[in-house]
Design a protein around this ligand. Structure first.
Ligand SMILES: *Cc1c(COP(=O)(O)O)cnc(C)c1O
Length: 365
């Protein structure tokens, strides 16, 4: 049996009629960028998250970048981020001209370790950017507490956590700004790039709306140097269709994860405390003692796809080495050598889940 890591073609087949109708309506309308579909998506997302403003942009990376810009963060300022995430988290900070200050992660959740947060804070620190990695909320109570104590802003990287909850509240609505990605493989993905910034703050929302369209609020009149980061109508129309399914899809991912959690042996299972709703955007286990590559090769032979999210922590990337970074983050480096994501997506059948579990359990180390 072949089990891919994710199956976007299967998802499309299940909702093909609705997706095609939505796309055709956009094509027939003659409005292709920042039109009524984007406006409706922004309204629906604001309602879904319980925030005042949702601003559609071109990608999750742009959402992070524009969130940093909205806070007026610039050269000389520092933003604290976890060292273990997809590269865009750090890149957005650096692109905005600020310094990305890496912090190590918790070994059990792979999220920012709040025990190291306070020692990273300097007079130049302006913001903390936690990542809800794999769909699991970071320690937001403590992060918001330190932010309040030191007068810092909080930007949540929710690229992997749409619908995840921390103590009953959705990630993305907990900090000052929340950033979403609609990259096709994310749990709410379009058919191309897309992203969104969430905020209750009217001033930030205004700045982001202005910057996403070349620093212009009135056509051909430019008040700032902005970028081109507009969301397409077709993407918005597709995401609006999928938004209706996100709750059910997330529940299926959680059900799959519970099945794995109950049955898998010989691997380190993901840990999630009771008070969070982990949506398992990735179901990521750990294979210790340098055995991960052999484990992956074994599963591949049996037709099961796996992936490493992520093989190199951000502070160890060449791009940051070249900028003079030379820090050590032991838990991030250890995680990079051990993490292994198994197939987990809503369209997985019972047979597929069984097959993955049995195959993992038959692995002889
Ligand atoms: C995917 C991702 C991003 C970037 O989103 P894009 O839409 O691909 O630009 C940022 N942060 C994290 C944690 C991600 O997983």
């Amino acid at each position: 049996m072949d089990v891919p890591l994710i199956d976007l073609k299967a998802q499309y087949q299940n909702i093909k009629g609705e997706i095609n109708r939505a796309m055709e309506a956009v094509l027939a309308s003659g409005i292709y960028i920042l039109g009524p579909e984007v406006a409706k998506l922004e309204e629906e997302m604001a309602r879904y998250f319980g925030v005042k403003h949702a601003i559609g942009v071109n990608s999750g990376t742009d959402a992070l970048f524009l969130a940093v810009k909205a806070l007026g963060i610039k050269e000389g300022d520092e933003v604290i981020i976890p060292a273990f995430s997809f590269f865009a988290t750090a890149e957005a900070v650096t692109l905005a001209g600020a310094r990305a200050v890496f912090t190590d992660i918790r070994a059990d959740t792979c999220n920012l370790n709040i025990k190291q947060l306070e020692e990273k804070i300097t007079p130049r620190t302006r913001a903390i950017m936690p990542v809800h990695l794999y769909g699991q909320p970071a320690d937001m109570d403590q992060i918001m507490y330190f932010a309040g104590k030191h007068k810092l802003k909080v930007i949540e990287d929710c690229a992997q956590s749409i619908g995840a909850e921390y103590k009953g509240k959705k990630t993305g609505a907990l900090g000052d700004l929340g950033c979403l990605s609609f990259f096709p493989t994310k749990n709410l993905g379009g058919a191309g790039d897309g992203g969104m910034v969430l905020t209750d703050n009217e001033e930030y929302a205004g700045i982001i709306k202005n910057l996403r369209a070349h620093g212009s609020s009135i056509k051909y009149i430019h008040s700032e140097i902005g970028i081109n980061s507009r969301l397409d109508e077709i993407q918005a129309a597709i995401i609006r269709v999928k938004l209706k399914f996100i709750q059910a899809w997330n529940e299926k991912r959680r059900k799959n994860a519970n099945f794995y959690n109950a049955g898998l042996k010989g691997v380190v299972l993901p840990f999630a405390p009771d008070f969070v709703k982990h949506i398992y955007h990735q179901y990521t286990v750990r294979i210790e003692n340098g055995k991960r590559e052999a484990f992956q090769a074994y599963l591949k032979e049996q037709g099961i796809a796996t992936a490493v999210h992520y093989p190199v922590p951000m502070h160890k990337q060449e791009a940051y080495r070249k900028l003079g970074y030379n820090v050590s983050m032991p838990e991030s480096e250890k995680a990079a050598g051990e993490v292994c994501s198994l197939p987990n997506y809503p369209e997985m059948t019972e047979e597929m889940l069984q097959y993955v579990a049995v195959t993992v359990n038959n692995y002889k180390q």
